[in-house]
Design a protein around this ligand. Structure first.
Ligand code: GLC
Length: 815
């Protein structure tokens, strides 16, 4: 079943049936003021932090799942048209939820765009269009509503806004500590504006809500007065009555309801603009919470409304948001024989990589705000896919996360940007470290240096989290040293609190094969960087350490694949000798990616992955899933049913590495088959199977052993976004930055004739044309830059001037 389509020209996903299997969401705003919206305009907003800056309330996991939200009701005030007097509906399908089928049905079209969502509705000869977005750099949001009389007779209509305002900055305080948070809130109305205040332990918070484009006919600031007792947002009392009650809030719960009356001649349109912002209506307001970082001062609400709430300004700001996002996704655009790949890579997948960069794991319908802050490993990986698009922002984040590394080399599990003070953070105990966290750094730092060509970045001195400092190269060496200092009895890296897999605890006495391969990979990358930057001693050091790991890696071969790790009691996890968890995906893909194993074993390991773990919806994380504990390893994945999440689910983040690994082996058909197996767009016409948004990756899909095989869960904020982007663009399409230029070395499905791409590289726009007349997967026969033949697979940086065209011919032999 299909609920919508990709409109790539507009960079929108258009939902034509709003009763999607689950809520299909979109993101709004920036890290200053952001929010999410569902296809029904459910959702929430926050200021500076999803966890500790809540503006619009969300009752997570409520029923229905996506309320409250930014709701606007329309009401027929005179019965002159086809509707009875008093009939009401909402600008988004829910919360009123008029029938979608049958005569006089409500029809909806939701256009999720990059940074905005538009809710179009037709009902009873009235067309409405509500656009919600947060203008660039601002701490307020627009809900701009245009109402058109599409019938033959004049109409009198009412419109009402409704949103629940959080009582407290802290989302948990707001939702749970009711004996306190319910009694701190006050809201008043004056001159067209609602003013909501509280005085909390942490700090005073103020919000304003305004209507422009029509006079305010009535208002409610008290939630219960607007809804009426025992009612829900599907039928608020005020809307049913046709008028708000003029309530002011003294404790309990506030809301933002402003009511306007519109008279519309046949064919006439009117726009009204609701604005919700942080601060006070009448004076500038400063957020000086100690926990919020540097103070931020915001202008008075009335000034904002006077400047921004005109139809022209709304349109200009919408254009600006659209342009900003067009600029963010433009640096890599592709045209391939696969339109679904194109829709994803050019628009939605690129956008998702920015969302994970912006919001980490803090803000969605599933991530409620508890994971507010930057998880070390997630953050380092999230940067990988956006370096070419926003190098300056990545550099800032990279600096920050490098200062989240401790002097002994490990990563702090969580870095809170607003509270982080480098040099002053407590050093975690060995047991608290994850064995992989800092080992991701070499990959991302190398990618940054190669994209920008800025080798000097390696010399930048940055403090450690707890004490001391080093240059960036020193930070990388220290990350490797941390693991080398904590090898176990078998010569593999101690697993500590977790490795990439949060649900496997090998502790200080067990060893992780995943982290061992990540260490090997780090040693390889640091050696390359050392050679590139003239650090000969460091290069030899890394080469020696890598060689020293080889015997332990060799022993971890189980016959047909690599084991997952060794328990504190010496038993192998991920071995054919075990009866559960016999094979795991992660060590086998990283065996290949790290380059630390010989080609025969690399190929055999990936063949085992294919035989034992691959399925039509993606590759399972392990098989068979676990049902019982294993001595000497913490298997916290046992909390999940079989086939779910880390317990044998199709963990999409790890699926992305199958693409990279297969492409590195030169097997283009298999790399592409894996890519397609969990490609969200592929499910556009069978959305009832996948259920999650067909335009973004989810964290996992129920695996083959689950009765819900194929259903995807936890969309949006997942490392799947960045690594799949790397997999498809840098390994299948094979366009990747190198220190001396742009490498083009694809590994294509043999069915493809070639493809084209437009890529920004170090400030110049470059076109890449790949021809594949022999239908091979790999093998660059020749590469030309503007007609000049070049040896190898790298288009040299000095030739990549503005408008340069790189032509690559793949083939079986020299042509
Ligand atoms: C979640 C975590 C990530 C972890 C993964 C596998 O996505 O955010 O850090 O690597 O699960 O357990």
């Amino acid at each position: 079943m299909r609920y919508g389509y990709f409109d790539d020209a507009a960079r929108e996903y258009v939902i034509t049936r709003p009763d999607t299997p689950r809520s299909w969401i979109n993101y709004l705003g920036s890290r200053l003021y952001g929010g999410i919206t569902t296809q029904n305009s459910g959702g929430y907003s926050f200021f500076r932090s999803g966890g500790t800056g809540r503006v619009l309330r969300m009752r997570f996991n409520g029923v229905p799942v996506d309320e409250p939200g930014r709701f606007v009701y329309l009401r027929d005030d005179d019965g002159a048209g086809p509707l009875p007097e008093g009939d009401f509906w909402s600008a988004s399908w829910q919360p009123v939820g008029k029938p979608l089928d049958g005569e006089g049905a409500y029809t909806a079209k939701v256009r999720h765009g990059l940074g905005y969502s538009v809710f179009e509705a037709d009902y009873g000869d009235v067309h409405s269009e509500m656009t919600t977005f947060i203008p660039r750099g601002q701490a307020f949001e627009y809900w701009a509503l245009t109402v058109t009389n599409t019938g033959q007779v004049p109409r009198r209509l009412s419109v009402f806004s409704y949103a629940e305002l959080a009582n407290e900055w802290n989302y948990r305080q707001d939702l749970e500590n009711l004996q306190y948070s319910q009694y701190v809130v006050q809201a008043t109305y004056a001159d067209g504006m609602i003013h909501r205040r509280n005085s909390t332990r942490d700090a005073f918070s103020e919000l304003w809500f305004a209507l422009a484009g029509a006079p305010v006919a009535s208002f409610d600031t008290d939630r219960d007065a607007f809804l009426g007792p025992y009612r829900t947002p599907s039928a608020p009392w005020a809307v049913e009555r046709g008028e708000c009650s003029g309530s002011e809030t003294v404790g309990d719960n506030s809301c933002a309801s402003l009511h306007a009356r519109l008279e519309l001649a046949p064919g006439e349109s009117r726009q009204v603009v609701f604005c919700l912002g942080v601060g006070s209506p009448d004076e500038p307001w400063t957020d000086s919470r100690a926990s919020a970082g540097a103070p931020v001062t915001l202008p008075a609400g009335r000034e904002v409304v006077a400047e921004y709430a005109t139809p022209e300004r709304v349109q200009a700001e919408l254009d600006a948001i659209r342009q900003e996002w067009a600029d963010h996704v433009a640096p890599l655009q592709v045209r391939t024989p696969d339109p679904e790949l194109d829709s994803m890579v050019n628009v939605w997948h690129a956008y998702q990589t920015h969302m994970t960069f912006n919001w980490s794991r803090g803000v969605s319908l599933v991530e409620a705000g508890d994971r507010d802050g930057l998880g070390y490993r997630d953050t380092v990986q999230d940067m990988l896919a956006v370096i070419h698009a926003i190098p300056e922002a990545v550099r800032e984040r990279l600096d920050l996360i490098l200062t989240g590394q401790t002097a002994e080399g490990g990563g702090m599990p969580l870095v809170k940007p607003l509270e982080h003070v480098p040099g002053r953070m407590p050093t975690p105990s060995l047991e608290q470290y994850r064995s992989d966290d800092a080992l991701w750094l070499p990959i991302t730092v190398a990618a940054f240096v190669r994209e920008t060509g800025d080798l000097g970045y390696l010399d930048q001195v940055l403090p450690y989290a707890d004490h001391g400092e080093a240059d960036v190269f020193g930070h990388l060496v220290q990350a490797l040293q941390f693991s080398l200092d904590h090898l176990g009895d078998n010569g593999l890296v101690q697993g500590l609190a977790a490795d990439w897999n949060d649900c496997l605890q090998f502790g200080t006495t067990g060893e992780s094969m995943f982290s061992t391969f990540l260490l090997a990979n780090g040693l390889r990358v640091v050696r390359e960087l050392a050679l590139e930057s003239g650090r000969a001693d460091a290069a030899s050091w890394a080469a020696e350490r890598l060689e020293a790991l080889a015997p332990a890696i060799d022993k971890a071969w189980d016959g047909q694949w690599f084991i997952r790790g060794i328990s504190a009691t010496g038993a192998a996890l991920g071995s054919h000798l075990a009866d559960e968890g016999q094979i795991y995906l992660e060590p086998n893909v990283w065996a290949v990616i790290s380059g630390a194993v010989e080609p025969e074993r690399a190929t055999a390991a990936m063949d085992s992955v294919h035989t034992r773990l691959a399925s039509e919806h993606g590759v399972a994380l392990c098989d068979p899933p676990h049902t019982k504990p294993m001595e000497g390893v913490g298997l916290s994945l046992l909390v999940f049913p079989v086939g779910h999440k880390e317990n044998g689910g199709i963990f999409c983040h790890a699926n992305s590495w199958t693409i990279v690994a297969e492409a590195m082996l030169g097997r283009g058909d298999r790399a592409y088959e894996y890519y397609r197996s969990y490609l969200p767009a592929r499910y556009n016409d069978s959305a009832e199977v996948h259920q999650a948004e067909p335009y973004v990756y989810a964290q996992f899909t129920h695996g083959p052993t689950s009765p819900r095989f194929g259903q995807a869960r936890n969309p949006w904020l997942t490392g799947t976004a960045s690594w799949t982007y790397v997999g498809v663009t840098q390994h299948i399409l094979g366009i990747r930055p190198a220190l001396d230029g742009l490498e083009v070395d694809p590994c294509l499905p043999t069915t493809w004739d070639g493809f084209e791409a437009r890529r920004r590289f170090r400030g110049a726009w470059v076109t890449v044309k790949v021809e594949n007349p022999d239908h091979v997967s790999t093998g660059v026969v020749h590469l030309d830059v503007d007609g000049t033949r070049v040896e190898g697979t790298v288009a040299p940086g000095h030739l990549l001037r503005e408008g340069a065209v790189v032509t690559v011919r793949l083939g079986a032999s020299q042509a």
